[in-house]
Design a protein around this ligand. Structure first.
Ligand SMILES: [Zn+2]
Length: 187
């Protein structure tokens, strides 16, 4: 664990920004570094997960059930996460962050993104569809519904740590189709 204090770029506080970083070895994957910036003055926070090794592109998929909801998921900044059965996809964008979580944590992130989308949505149809997806996510957590979590990373810095997860290299076309953007919900 490393700690460095520096000036905050947001509030310009002197030595108020603490940078913490730690490296961790993940089985079958390699070494990653998690770093967090936190300003004691204004509360500015940013965290990131960086893979310290060169990797090939990768596509992981896992059928979610209530017994594997604790499966570890490492999502790098460059990864696209999707649940095709629910028409959900989060693509990497300029503000996207890498993180280490588990399947449940990923579902929770989808839920809060959808809740935000409902707040902004003007069309009733979109709202209704988003509410339906929230219900399905709930069912997934209870094991009453099945769906697949897919992680696609052209730089191979992401992983679903479960022997039951399928993985393979991405094709050239798949890599071309991965782009940057934000949460999208299919109609
Ligand atoms: Zn600050």
């Amino acid at each position: 664990m490393n700690n460095i204090k520096t000036d905050c770029p947001v509030c310009r506080g002197k030595n108020t920004l603490e940078m913490t970083s730690k490296t961790e070895k993940i089985p079958y994957f390699g070494e990653i570094m998690e770093s967090t910036l936190l300003c004691a003055e204004c509360g500015y926070k940013h965290s990131d997960t960086i893979c310290l090794e060169q990797k090939e592109s990768v596509r992981y998929s896992l059928e979610i059930n209530k017994d594997n909801i604790n499966t570890r998921v490492v999502k790098s900044q460059t990864a696209t996460l999707s649940i095709p059965e629910l028409g959900l996809k989060v693509e990497p964008g300029p503000k996207s962050q890498g993180y280490v979580s588990n399947v449940e944590g990923v579902l929770n992130r989808f839920e809060s993104a959808i809740a935000t989308a409902i707040g902004w949505a003007e069309e009733e149809e979109i709202k209704a569809n988003a509410l339906k997806i929230l219900e399905k996510i709930d069912h997934l957590k209870n094991g009453d519904e099945k769906a697949t979590l897919v992680v696609e990373d052209p730089f191979g810095h992401s992983i679903i740590v479960n022997d039951a997860a399928k993985h393979r290299k991405l094709s050239e076309n798949e890599i071309k189709e991965l782009n940057t953007g934000f949460l999208t919900i299919d109609k």
